[in-house]
Design a protein around this ligand. Structure first.
Ligand code: FES
Ligand code: MG
Length: 572
């Protein structure tokens, strides 16, 4: 075994080494702090306030047993956890804070290797950002999706069916009482959302990046195999420390391109864009919005999963899982990137049959032939905006219509159902003040509700544009992540109701019929500033002062680049 990082704490006969050892002994075996014993932290996002990750303490126990068995010493390290459905104003405001706190605690402690326990949307991204920053050997354990819940005999997809049913209430096709009744059935078991939302997408990302044991992502949280693979992870992290295999050996530009292809193939969440850009940024890897468009182009959506398709994560697992799905495009993936095992990711493909080709569709007959994420640019989004065509209405992917502008979520909620609102199915709904700085935190409000009077008339989709994100479980012709955001001086802040907006997804453009002169004249007297957040203290202040725009991942500017695992000065 190479020189261990933890030796800087535990080896030697001086007073400080004595202190570090003495306080940790607490009944550990005599040799636990020897120079040959990898010290493994289990970065654990279990929290009773992160319902999707509540079960991770049990998972940590399985990891621990095999860290011991393999000759390492495990430690439970609770880290900041983020419950997507609970945390206000949006879990995204806290992603960078969680990642920063994790990074600093990984570096400050006597740690040689990391097992990263995540699940709910932001937890795996934050863990990966932190692990990338310290570059200590690390493996992700994706906590897994929940089992399918049923309501009146029909499967309910987390998130996706909440959006659908709440729109049905507003359209008057079901009663609010019926909607409320379904609340008991949505969350059937432990685990994260069972749609191909952000949590499932980020588990796919972790695996395609090479950061999990291959075949792990998508294993349902209550499935016995989750614990089995957690045991295997405990053994592997000890080997990985011995081999000196680090995140930067695994997460290369090519593995990011593989991850982008995997996200396209599963019809994954648009949130993967900001998270992958941020993780790459921590490694100093060049990755741009265009890489998503280019690497994802031509990749067929083969996962027939909500929100793009019909089934749920348990069905994907039953049908053969991610490896069966990706085996169908093995020839398109970059062959070089390795996984935590040291073998190339593509070596884990093949030999994984598809057991249900209504869930994992054949490459020749996919849900959508060419999906991925389209990047639009133009005078409304000089630094880009994104759309997920697989979740959109094909006829709306090319559209011209007058803007109906909302300056904030509150403004939108107050007026959207007003019978007097001047809006038709051809209007383009514009929501601003919802970017990283403006809200702050870039909430998932981009899939804004449709006006009630149009819903009642049978309209089920409209073009919507914002500087916000949307939930990975949501759907619609929704253009997101407009950069720069309105609160950062982007032209989205200058649009007025009635301006004509042009969307051409095939042509990759998003523009407003205004001349440069008109835009610059309007920028002299911006109208919507009052609606943008101006925090005066705390994390929100630090965040607003330093957050970058969505096109580079919305990380803080001073967190870009890796700081490594250098051991700091003595504490006493
Ligand atoms: Fe946690 Fe969806 S709310 S994964
Ligand atoms: Mg979400």
């Amino acid at each position: 075994m190479d020189h261990l990082r933890s030796a800087a704490w535990y080896q030697g006969s001086d007073r400080n080494a004595y202190i570090h050892r003495a306080w940790m002994r607490r009944g550990l075996p005599d040799d636990a702090l020897d120079a040959t014993k990898p010290q493994i932290a289990i970065a654990n996002t279990a929290s009773d306030l992160t319902p999707c990750n509540m079960h991770l303490n049990e998972v940590a126990d399985s990891v621990k047993q095999d860290v011991w068995a393999a000759g390492g010493v495990p430690y439970n390290l609770p880290v900041v956890s983020l419950g997507e459905t609970q945390v206000k104003p949006t879990a995204m405001l806290w992603r960078n804070m969680a990642a920063m706190a994790m990074e600093e605690m990984f570096r400050a402690n006597p740690i040689d290797g990391l097992v990263l326990l995540g699940g709910c949307d932001k937890t795996i991204p934050a863990l990966l950002m932190a692990a990338a920053s310290v570059n200590i050997p690390a493996i992700v354990v994706p906590g897994g999706p929940m089992l399918t819940g049923y309501f009146r005999g029909e499967a309910l997809g987390c998130g996706t069916d909440v959006w659908r049913l709440s729109e049905e209430v507003r359209a008057g096709t079901i009663t609010n009482a019926q909607f409320q009744e379904s609340e008991q059935s949505t969350i059937r078991s432990k685990g994260h959302c069972n749609t191909m939302g952000t949590a499932s997408t980020m588990a796919v990302v972790a695996e395609a990046l090479g950061m999990t044991i291959p075949g792990f992502a998508g294993t349902p949280a209550p499935d016995a195999r989750l614990l089995k693979m957690s045991h295997e992870t405990g053994r592997l992290i000890v080997d990985m420390v011995a081999a000196g295999r680090r995140p930067s050996d695994i997460m290369t530009r090519e593995s990011f391109l593989n991850a982008i292809m995997a996200v396209a193939a599963v019809g994954g969440s648009t949130n993967a864009v900001v998270h992958l850009l941020a993780i790459a940024g921590r490694l100093g890897i060049e990755l741009s919005l265009e890489d998503f468009d280019e690497a994802g182009a031509g990749i067929p959506v083969m996962a027939n999963l909500q929100p793009s398709g019909s089934f749920l994560m348990d069905d994907l697992h039953r049908a053969g899982g991610l490896l069966a799905l990706l085996s169908q495009i093995a020839d398109l993936l970059h062959p070089q990137p390795i996984t935590v095992t040291g073998a190339p990711f593509v070596a884990s493909l093949g030999g994984h049959p598809v057991y249900d080709d209504t869930v994992i569709l054949p490459r020749e007959n996919p849900l959508m032939a060419d999906a991925g994420i389209a990047v639009l640019r133009g005078n409304l989004a000089p630094r880009g905006a994104i759309i997920k065509p697989s979740a959109a209405t094909p006829e709306l992917l090319q559209h011209v219509g007058p803007a109906v502008v909302f300056d904030s979520v509150e403004d939108m909620r107050a007026r959207i159902d007003d019978p007097e609102l001047d809006v038709t199915a051809d209007s383009v709904l514009v929501l601003r003040g919802c970017g990283p700085r403006g809200y702050p935190g870039m909430p998932e409000v981009g899939n804004m509700p449709l006006p009630r009077k149009l819903l009642e008339a049978g309209v089920r989709d409209m073009v919507r544009i914002s500087d916000a994100r949307m939930s990975g479980t949501a759907y619609g012709t929704v253009i997101l992540h407009v950069a720069p955001e309105a609160a950062a001086g982007g032209p989205l802040g200058l649009v007025r109701t009635g301006d004509i907006i042009r969307v051409d997804v095939a042509g990759r453009s998003l523009s407003v019929d205004l001349s440069d002169e008109e835009l610059s004249a309007r920028s002299q007297s911006p109208q919507s500033e009052a609606a943008y957040a101006k925090p005066s203290r705390g994390w929100a202040k630090l965040y607003v002062d330093h957050v970058m725009q969505a096109d580079t991942g919305a990380d803080l500017d001073f967190l870009v680049g890796s700081s490594g695992d250098e051991v700091s000065r003595e504490s006493h």
